[in-house]
Ligand binder design. Structure first.
Ligand code: NI
Ligand code: MN
Length: 226
């Protein structure tokens, strides 16, 4: 599966011929100035919660591509008013899409949309098909509920976890999260975008190495195959 990083928590994952955009915050991010939002292809836009650093470019990308938003009920309803179609989920629920199954799972965080509308409870996504399974955690603290993921979903091949601290778990807790979810390959997000979440890359990698885990820090615009 091709995974491309666009800064903060923004990714595109290509799965079974479909392009899945996650939490697009690109045009307001000076570190992602090299990325043209209007060039991005999307079949679906998955939003973990309503904060601007996760949804800033969602409407543009969805409308450019006729893509559907996948998120919680409140966020999908808000985009519905903007004439963006979507599929609403809520915690613990899953749905089989044409690219794979998506389960909306717990996150400990907050969620409000850019205009102040209630954004429902924040979440993460576990997504799988017959061959691959991954977890996109969204913004979250380390939570005991992460232990439910290996109990209720296929074995994870990789996970995308926030590591920047202050607004989410830091890398020390994220390394524990990797143990909770029984996953050895972690792609980092939600770090270095602004002052509160700047991290020491070497220290972060070492925290994961100490637990026998790999932490992958991608450059903005960089792709890898996972
Ligand atoms: Ni947030
Ligand atoms: Mn955030």
């Amino acid at each position: 599966m091709k995974v491309t990083y666009y800064g903060q928590s923004s990714f595109i994952l290509e799965m079974n011929g479909k392009s899945l955009v996650f939490d697009p915050f690109i045009s307001p991010n000076p570190k992602a100035a090299s990325i043209d939002v209007n060039s991005l292809k999307a079949d679906y836009v998955l939003l973990s919660h309503g904060h601007a650093d996760h949804v800033a470019d969602a409407e543009t990308i969805a409308k450019n591509n006729g893509a559907k938003v996948i998120s919680n009920y409140e966020i999908v309803s808000w985009y519905g008013e903007k004439e963006v179609t979507g599929h609403p989920l809520n915690h613990g629920g899953k749905w089989k899409f044409d690219f794979g199954t998506v389960k909306y799972v717990n996150a400990i965080h907050s969620s409000v949309l850019p205009d102040g509308t209630y954004g429902g409870n924040p979440g993460g996504f576990v997504i799988w098909d017959e061959g691959k399974c991954f977890y996109f955690a969204g913004d979250t603290a380390l939570t005991w509920d992460m232990k439910l993921i290996p109990m209720t979903c296929p074995k994870l091949d990789f996970a995308i976890l926030p590591i920047g601290d202050n607004f989410t778990m830091g890398y020390e807790d994220a390394a524990i999260a990797a143990e909770f979810i029984d996953c050895d390959k972690i792609v980092a997000c939600h770090y270095d975008t602004f002052g509160y979440i700047e991290i020491n890359h070497d220290a972060a990698k070492k925290a994961f190495e100490a637990k026998g885990k790999e932490l992958i820090l991608l450059d903005i615009g960089q792709s890898i195959d996972l």
